[in-house]
Each structure stands twice: as structure tokens, then as C-alpha cells.
Write a protein that binds this ligand. Structure first.
Ligand SMILES: [Zn+2]
Length: 431
């Protein structure tokens, strides 16, 4: 066999070992991993002194195309992910418009992604109160799972589920053998608290955070877990922000429920003090928590109680963050950070002395195993040649190297200890 590409002398991160070796690629697939691979007439890339990690899988991004391409779009969004070492993403059913809640909207998104994406992808279908009858067809057309909001989604074309439709939807998703991803915050509690704040003209970032307390996340998680118990539906909790919710989900898994959770890089790297410097660019839901909560969340990650890390990349046009025209509650909530998930995990791992294999597990293997992506998630023979090449040279985020469409992010000015130097997706250099 004549190989297409040989990566030489990289420090290769396999699931249970790290070693300096060569990797050979043929037709986009890893075909040999060995201490030394020598062959004539093959493209050779010298990676001495650099780590070779499996391409990251980000299961939670919002590219907003079609419909809101001025917020991000597939082309800029996927180039941004490639610059962050990500080789596969799962796009959320919103804030594309139409949202992905039936087959025509899925097919439209598929067509656009095929034309524009520089990395691989899957799509979430949406579960909304009036589309239960669409779920089977969406599953047949290949959605990775379904996403629903217990709280208000903030995006009018995508309704949150009431308890009745959540139960019916979960029963159907169980029948279809899919996973339901949930944004878990109590709508009753957050709506009530938000209305009180706005009535009292209490409109600061602190007021916003107080309107979405940890209790609202915990209540929604507990409710969804009890629904999972009676329907048998597999659950994945997105962007969990509190140690309380992590513990409850972990205990539920201990009793045999099929449930996982992600947290996002921004809950690990930032806390509510970030509003001082970054203002509305630090707004997300659930909100950033106090430093003590952030530290506890990182400790739970170190303990192994968090399944994987995502970006929840959710950017918007600058005018939707304009506080001269909007109050803090009205401004769009969403962090632009899809480029930094792997860098964030490398930083946490360095600070907490976690092995680099753990970084690969939290950014690639964990998501691949949870969602049945059998050809990705690890560097091994027969798997896709998806690599993030990393070196331990500091990387400072600037407007110049920020690849998202809009250069406004909580990550502006942030320094990471590592840099992504190249990304390969099925053997092709995409960054
Ligand atoms: Zn999201």
C-alpha cells in the first residue's frame, strides 16, 4: 500500500497511551501507527515536539444558517472550528430559521453544509410542542438526536416544551432509540424572577444572574430525570453550570438512568467577575456563576463527573449586543467561543495536572462514544485521520486571530498556554 500522508515524530495521544511515533494515512483513514514509518513518494509532515490529539468533536454549536447567516454561518463557523482543532460538530436546531424541526428544514441545512463546511458534521433535530409527528422522519433522515428547551429558548420560532409535550416527546424519542438533549432551567422560576427584576428596573448583569439561579437549573434537571425514569428516554444535559446539577445527574446514572452531561469551556475558565471586563459578551444562559462555583465545577471535572466539554458557540450580530439600545435582559445571550474548547481543556489539564489523554477523552472520545460516532474520537488504526496538532507555545486571542464572523467575545485578550498549529480532517489539512 502506498500511503497519502505520513505524520512523523509527533507526540501521539492515543486513548490509553502517549508516545512519540509516526502515523500513516490512506484515503482519509489511519492505516498505520508505528515508531517509524519510512516510505518514498509520500507527503511527510514533521511534527517533532508537537502533540497530535484526535480532532475534537463539539456537539453543541449554533451556526444559525439558514436564516441568520449574518450571526455566523457555516463557512465562517467551520473555519473557526478547524482553527480550534475541531473536526466534527453537531449543529443545534436553532437559531437557524427555519429551525430544524421537520425534514425540509433538515434537508436545507444539509445541502448548505455540504457546500460550505470544511469539517464533518451532524445535526440535532428540534423537539417543540407541535412536532412530535415529525420526529420519526427526522430520525430516519439521520439526526443525531433531539434538542428541547425547558426554559424559554430566547428565539421565537423555537418554542420551549411544556411538561405534557416533553413527556410525549421523550416517550417517542425512546421508541426511536435516540437521545434527548435538554436545556434545563425552570421557565416558571426564570420568567418569574426576570419579570420582577424588570418591573423594579433592576437591569445589571448581577440582576440577570440572580434571575437564573442554580435552583432553576436543579429543579429542571430533577424534573427531567424523573420523566426519564418513567419514559426510559436517554438524556443528555447541555451546558450544565452548577456542581449541584452535576452531582444529581451523576447519582441518577448510578441508579441506572441513561444520562450524560456536558459543561462548556466558559463555565470552567470564567466566572461572574468577567462582566466587569466583558460586559454583555459574558452573557449566556445559564449565567456565569461566582468564583467558588466555578472552582467546584472544575473540581468535579477533575473527579471525572463531567462527560465532555462543548463550546455552545452562540454568536449574534453586534446590534443584538448593543447596550446603548437594549437593556442587559434584552441583549442576546450567547458566548462566541467555538475556537477555544480544546485550548480551554488543555489549560485546565495543565493547571490541574490531568494527563493529556483526559483532554482527548473530554473533547473527542467521550462525545464519539455517547453519540455512536464509530469512525471518530480516537487515534487508532481504521479511524478517520482527524488530528489536532498542538504545541506548548502561548496563544493570545486577538481580533486578528479570532475566526468567528464577529470579533466580539469573552475570549478577547485571553491567553492560553498552548496553540493549535494544524488541523486535519480525514487526512486533509483544514487549518
Ligand atoms: Zn446552545
Amino acid at each position: 500500500m502506498v500511503y497519502d500522508l505520513v505524520l512523523k515524530k509527533g507526540t501521539v495521544v492515543e486513548p490509553h497511551q502517549v508516545s512519540i511515533c509516526d502515523i500513516a494515512v490512506k484515503d482519509g483513514v489511519i492505516v498505520e501507527i508505528a515508531p517509524s514509518i519510512d516510505m518514498e513518494d509520500v507527503q511527510v509532515v514533521d511534527l517533532e515536539g508537537k502533540f497530535v490529539l484526535p480532532g475534537a468533536i463539539d456537539v453543541h454549536v449554533h451556526f444559525n444558517e439558514p436564516g441568520n447567516v449574518e450571526w455566523e454561518g457555516i463557512e465562517t463557523g467551520t473555519k473557526m472550528l478547524a482553527a480550534g482543532g475541531v473536526t466534527m460538530y453537531f449543529d443545534m436546531p436553532l437559531n437557524s430559521d427555519p429551525p430544524t424541526i421537520n425534514v425540509p428544514s433538515l434537508q436545507l441545512k444539509e445541502k448548505l453544509s455540504k457546500e460550505k463546511s470544511v469539517v464533518d458534521y451532524k445535526f440535532w433535530g428540534g423537539l417543540v410542542p407541535d412536532n412530535i409527528g415529525e420526529l420519526e422522519a427526522l430520525a430516519e433522515k439521520g439526526v443525531i438526536g433531539f434538542k428541547a428547551f425547558i426554559s424559554n429558548s430566547g428565539f421565537e420560532p423555537f418554542s420551549s416544551v411544556d411538561n405534557q409535550s416533553l413527556l410525549i416527546g421523550m416517550k417517542e424519542i425512546r421508541r426511536l432509540d435516540k437521545i434527548l438533549a435538554l436545556h434545563a432551567e425552570s421557565d416558571e422560576m426564570t420568567s418569574f424572577l426576570q419579570a420582577e427584576k424588570i418591573a423594579d428596573r433592576k437591569l445589571t448583569p448581577k440582576d440577570y444572574c440572580e434571575s437564573r439561579p442554580i435552583a432553576a437549573e436543579v429543579e429542571a434537571v430533577v424534573r427531567a430525570l424523573s420523566y426519564a425514569e418513567i419514559t426510559g428516554c436517554a438524556l443528555h444535559f447541555v451546558h450544565i453550570s452548577s456542581p449541584e446539577a452535576v452531582q444529581i445527574i451523576h447519582e441518577a446514572r448510578g441508579r441506572g438512568l441513561d444520562v450524560t452531561l456536558e459543561t462548556c469551556a466558559h463555565y470552567l475558565l470564567f466566572n461572574d467577575e468577567a462582566f466587569e471586563e466583558h460586559g454583555v459578551f459574558a452573557k449566556c444562559a445559564p449565567p456565569l456563576r461566582p468564583p467558588s462555583v466555578q472552582n467546584e465545577l472544575v473540581a468535579l471535572l477533575v473527579e471525572g463527573k463531567i462527560d465532555f466539554i462543548t463550546s455552545d458557540h452562540s454568536p449574534c450580530s453586534p446590534h443584538l449586543k448593543d447596550l446603548s439600545k437594549l437593556n442587559f435582559f434584552e441583549a442576546w445571550g450567547g458566548i462566541s467561543g467555538g475556537q477555544y474548547t480544546l485550548l480551554a481543556m488543555l489549560k485546565v489539564a495543565k493547571e490541574k495536572d490531568l494527563p493529556i489523554t483526559k483532554v482527548a477523552e473530554l473533547t473527542a472520545l467521550g462525545p464519539a462514544e455517547r453519540f455512536g460516532i464509530t469512525q471518530k474520537g480516537r487515534i487508532a488504526n481504521g479511524y478517520d485521520a482527524d488530528f489536532a496538532v498542538v504545541e506548548e507555545v502561548p496563544f493570545v486571542v486577538t481580533k486578528g486571530n479570532m475566526m468567528a464572523k464577529h470579533k466580539q467575545s469573552i475570549y478577547a485578550g485571553y491567553e492560553f498556554p498552548h496553540s493549535i498549529v494544524a488541523t486535519y480532517c480525514r487526512g486533509k489539512k483544514v487549518f
